[in-house]
Write a protein that binds this ligand. Structure first.
Ligand code: NAG
Ligand code: NAG
Length: 350
């Protein structure tokens, strides 16, 4: 039996240069570096012939064909930096046939071409990257009376179970910090937007999902719900300061919120993903707005988030919960590691 293994590698081609053709009125155009997967470029075969076309952009459509050349990834990767370049004559075969004295209309110079490896979420997990699952629970008045079976309390328990079951397998030690916000606490009944639901600030960790459920049930008689709903991602900042592996994400599950974009913009710099589970039939447009899938969140200071760390999941969409909860996490993790250039450090999987 023959087993083919294709590794998806990324190829980076830097500074393709064409002489002497026009690109927006320059005779010396410099193309931007781009990245393409080796799989889509040459089915992972670095010796496979690749045809490169060069055309002149024409704003009226009908771009003019200038020339073409053949190369392979193996040839292109000989170009290391501007000192060692690879030159390719652009040839228009039709014109070449017509004229004996045909000369190339230009030369494409590849200044740098590198094949790098793209690691997947699974590579990182197998390589020892650990996730830390953190729960944040909204204790505002909107949650209703826990003794009333129709209240959101039961839905909360179900949500903690459901999301916890999905995420706990990515968390090796199964010790989950669980925080609450929007409750009045003893002894002075001051509103707190950041408390350990086991009431131990130095050790807010609960042992596996059952521990969270137990701590949640235990704390209810000792607190008063307060309103209106507010979300304090400062809890996440506090958590980020707790001892933990240097490369980890902190998926924080909260239940309902009024947005605090500024904090999220700051939090995007941390190894953190936030999964917001919307409870009940409330209007989730505010939280879906935070799930900036199309454009990055901006703070009132004008600062733009460096990445998208928010994933919003309505709990009523129970059947798709597992899929939704984990939908963006892998790409957020791989993005963070690449963005922070952490690959060179000890977590690089092999
Ligand atoms: C070149 O000009 C076209 C049309 O004006 C424009 O759409 C395009 O962005 C320009 N490209 C660069 C690299 O400036
Ligand atoms: C809080 O946790 C710490 C560390 O596990 C422990 O030593 C301490 O006794 C706990 N405090 C309370 C009030 O349970």
């Amino acid at each position: 039996m023959l087993i083919h293994r294709i590794e998806v590698k990324a190829i980076h081609i830097h500074f393709l240069t064409v002489y002497p053709h026009l690109i927006n009125n320059t005779l010396d155009p410099l193309w931007k570096p781009f990245t393409v997967t080796l799989l889509s470029l040459c089915i992972g075969n670095v010796e496979k012939n690749i045809k490169v076309f060069c055309c002149d952009y024409d704003s009226n459509g009908g771009n003019d064909f200038i020339g073409e050349f053949f190369t392979t990834v193996a040839k292109m990767t000989k170009a290391q930096n501007s000192r060692q370049v690879e030159r390719f004559e652009c040839i228009n075969p039709k014109k070449q046939k017509k004229k004996k004295s045909y000369r190339n209309p230009g030369v494409i110079i590849i200044r740098s071409c590198m094949v790098g490896r793209d690691y997947s979420f699974l590579n990182y997990i197998l390589g020892g990257c650990q996730l830390m699952f953190t729960v944040g629970i909204d204790f505002t008045a909107s949650n209703g009376n826990p003794h009333d079976p129709s209240s959101l309390y039961h839905e909360y328990l179900a949500a903690i179970w459901a999301v916890g079951q999905i995420i706990q397998d990515y968390d090796l030690d199964m010790m989950f910090p669980a925080l609450g916000f929007g409750a009045q606490l003893r002894p002075d009944w001051k509103v707190s937007h950041e408390f350990a639901i086991n009431f131990n600030r130095t050790n807010p960790f609960c042992s596996d999902v059952e521990g969270i459920v137990q701590a949640y049930s235990n704390c209810l008689p000792h607190i008063h719900f307060c309103g209106p709903t507010s979300f304090a991602p400062s809890s996440a900042m506090w958590l980020a300061s707790l001892p933990r592996p240097s490369i980890s994400r902190l998926p924080l599950v909260i239940s309902d919120m009024v947005e605090t974009r500024h904090c999220i913009v700051q939090a995007a710099k941390l190894p953190m993903s936030i999964i917001i589970v919307g409870m009940g039939n409330a209007d989730f447009s505010a939280m879906e707005f935070l799930d900036s899938d199309n454009s990055m969140l901006q703070s009132y200071t004008g600062e733009v988030a460096v990445g998208d760390i928010i994933q919003c999941v309505p709990f009523r969409d129970f059947r798709n919960l597992a899929k939704s909860v984990l939908a963006e996490l892998p790409q957020q993790v791989t993005w963070y590691i690449k963005h922070r250039n952490l690959l060179a450090s000890s977590i690089a999987p092999e």
